[in-house]
Design a protein around this ligand. Structure first.
Ligand code: PMP
Length: 285
């Protein structure tokens, strides 16, 4: 996958896809000093691009480093990359990290901070079954305590348990895993937030130890416009039994209905379809 045609923006210039390399002594590779964004460009416009660039800079600050580019410069880099590849519809991946440098220990104040923006064409995150309802496993790993790790950061280090949970789910024929948090409350999937419907009202976990996704916030706005009552609260695993509908939100996942979590089943109901279909319209406005 690394040896192909295409362009990637790296540290201020567009480079050939196959030349977009880093050194083996990159600090981030050893110590996870890396933050990233996942964004989608629809019809030539990145949905909430500025919000993503701002989150990228905030994530870096939470990991104690500064990205040496402004939000405007990051925006320009994303569009330059898209244009160089001739894409109007693509997934955009910005990544910032501590590079190779004088320090190869835990401390890395003197190592350069690097930024790259790549992209690729990415269809439905959960494949063709999207509107039929995804099947989720329940992960054995839990989202950590905010006193353990800066959980509002979209930081590479937070994804180690996500990859392990997703692999375990895929081995069981599921497309993703629902993760509980360190207290045992329902938290999120490995790369998407979760919503439930019961008696016409929506329940979604309070994002106090995981990413309050940009898609999640967009969907909360859509629900408010519809006058739907939303309860942002701590949700116990036993409650999964009583929910009628469920969906996931995320830049890659967009709004994906969930049909099953472990032994609990959900219908792809009217509200789920309304939100999923209208999200697709909203991102293309
Ligand atoms: N949680 C996790 C762990 C994620 O990786 C993502 C995707 N960035 C989300 C939630 C959803 O965030 P967003 O809607 O901003 O893409």
């Amino acid at each position: 996958y690394d040896d192909r045609d295409g362009k990637i923006w790296m540290d201020g210039t567009l480079v050939e896809w196959r030349d977009a390399k880093v050194h083996i002594l990159t600090h981030a590779l050893h110590y996870a000093s890396s933050v990233f964004e996942g964004e989608r460009c629809y019809n030539g416009k990145i949905f909430k691009g500025v919000e993503h660039s701002e989150r990228l800079k905030r994530s870096a600050n939470l990991l104690d480093f500064d990205i040496p580019y402004s939000v405007d410069e990051i925006e320009a880099a994303k569009y330059a990359m898209l244009e160089a590849n001739g894409w109007t519809d693509a997934y955009v991946r910005a990544v910032a990290w501590r590079g190779a440098g004088e320090d190869m220990g835990v401390s890395a104040k003197k190592n350069p901070v690097r930024l790259a923006v790549a992209g690729w064409e990415w269809g439905n995150y959960y494949g063709d079954a999207k509107m039929k309802g995804a099947k989720l496993d329940i992960a054995k790993w839990r989202r950590p305590d905010p006193a353990t790790i800066p959980c509002e950061a979209k930081a590479a280090g937070l994804y180690m348990i996500c990859t392990m949970s997703k692999h375990a789910a895929e081995e069981k024929g599921c497309s993703d895993a629902l993760m509980y948090d360190y207290r045992g409350y329902v938290a999120e999937a490995t790369g998407a937030n979760i919503f439930f419907v019961k008696d016409g009202e929506v329940h979604t976990p309070k994002p106090d130890c995981f990413l309050n996704g940009i898609t999640r916030q967009t969907v909360l706005g859509m629900l408010a416009e519809r006058g739907v009552t939303v309860h942002e609260r701590h949700i116990m695993p036993e409650e999964l039994d009583g929910f009628e509908q469920c969906w996931l939100t995320g830049t890659a996942a967009e709004v994906t209905p969930v049909g099953q979590i472990g032994d609990y089943t959900f219908e792809v109901g009217a509200l789920t379809r309304d939100i999923a279909e209208n999200y697709e319209k909203l991102v293309r406005l």
